[in-house]
Design a protein around this ligand. Structure first.
Ligand code: PEP
Length: 254
């Protein structure tokens, strides 16, 4: 059966020392061995400490980006193989902050998805509309197109290692949240798009997370929506108690 997955995205927060302290605090609060899936996507320099801190807890560790080439003259980049060797099992691809501030395009998102999957990483593929698209009423077209372009040449088998995070850009880090109905409806559009590409069974199996100011107060209602199978959490993933409360809300759903 499909599992709910709650993933934290620390963004550019937490030093190595803070990472060690965080995992000491979160480990007793989250028993990820018999709960929903729990993932923390941490800065590259925190990966080793996070992998060590998560040992024995069932919590999985992810990175926040990956380059699409195997190796070579790409200063500042990190390959999928390097991440695998560091004990990483997940990677976020296509986060809106990468798209907005670092020139990430649908094409490079697709290349990164394929490189990560080829190396055996699981992908949390982020997509979502900007505020003006929501206001113009073209959200469905935008997310459907992003889904198709990001998954180009990804096989049905590989899709089993993909989670899609629907993150309306206007809701990320703003304190604004999509209503549960908006989240469910747009996650439904993404699922229908995946069904058109891979069939209904594959679409049913797909974990689709909602992301955008999810916190301990609104998580239960968002996670109760049929098309919402988890959350990608930014700000609240930096606070052990808040994050543990979101995991508890997700376990209420399972
Ligand atoms: C994110 O960074 O993916 C995110 C959803 O952030 P926040 O929860 O802070 O809105």
């Amino acid at each position: 059966m499909k599992k709910t997955v709650i993933a934290g995205n620390w963004k550019m927060n937490m030093t190595r020392a803070e990472t060690k302290a965080f995992f000491r605090e979160i480990a007793p609060l989250v028993n990820a061995k018999d709960s929903c899936g729990v993932v923390f996507c941490v800065p590259f320099t925190d990966l080793a400490a996070a992998v060590r801190g998560a040992r024995g807890t069932g919590i999985k560790i992810g990175a926040q980006n990956v380059h699409f080439m195997e190796k070579g003259a790409y200063t500042g980049e990190i390959s999928a193989k390097m991440l695998r060797e560091a004990g990483v099992s997940y990677v976020i691809v296509g986060h809106s902050e990468r798209r907005q501030y670092f020139g990430e395009t649908d094409e490079t998102v697709n290349l990164r998805v394929k490189a990560a999957l080829a190396a055996g990483l699981k992908v949390i593929l982020c997509l979502g509309e900007m505020r003006d698209a929501r206001e113009k009423g073209i959200t469905d077209e935008v997310v459907s197109m992003q889904t198709k372009l990001a998954l180009r040449d990804v096989t049905e088998k590989q899709l089993r290692s993909v989670i899609i995070a629907y993150e309306p850009v206007w809701a990320i880090g703003t304190g604004l949240t999509a209503t549960p109905e908006q989240a469910d409806e747009t996650c439904g559009v993404i699922r229908a798009t995946v069904a058109s590409l891979y069939g209904k069974k594959a679409a049913r199996r797909l974990v689709i997370q909602y992301g955008g100011s999810m916190n301990e107060k609104n998580a239960a209602e968002l996670l109760a929506q049929p098309n919402v199978n988890g959350g990608l959490i930014g700000g609240a993933s930096l606070k052990p108690a808040a994050f543990a409360a979101i995991v508890a809300a997700a376990n209420g759903k399972n």
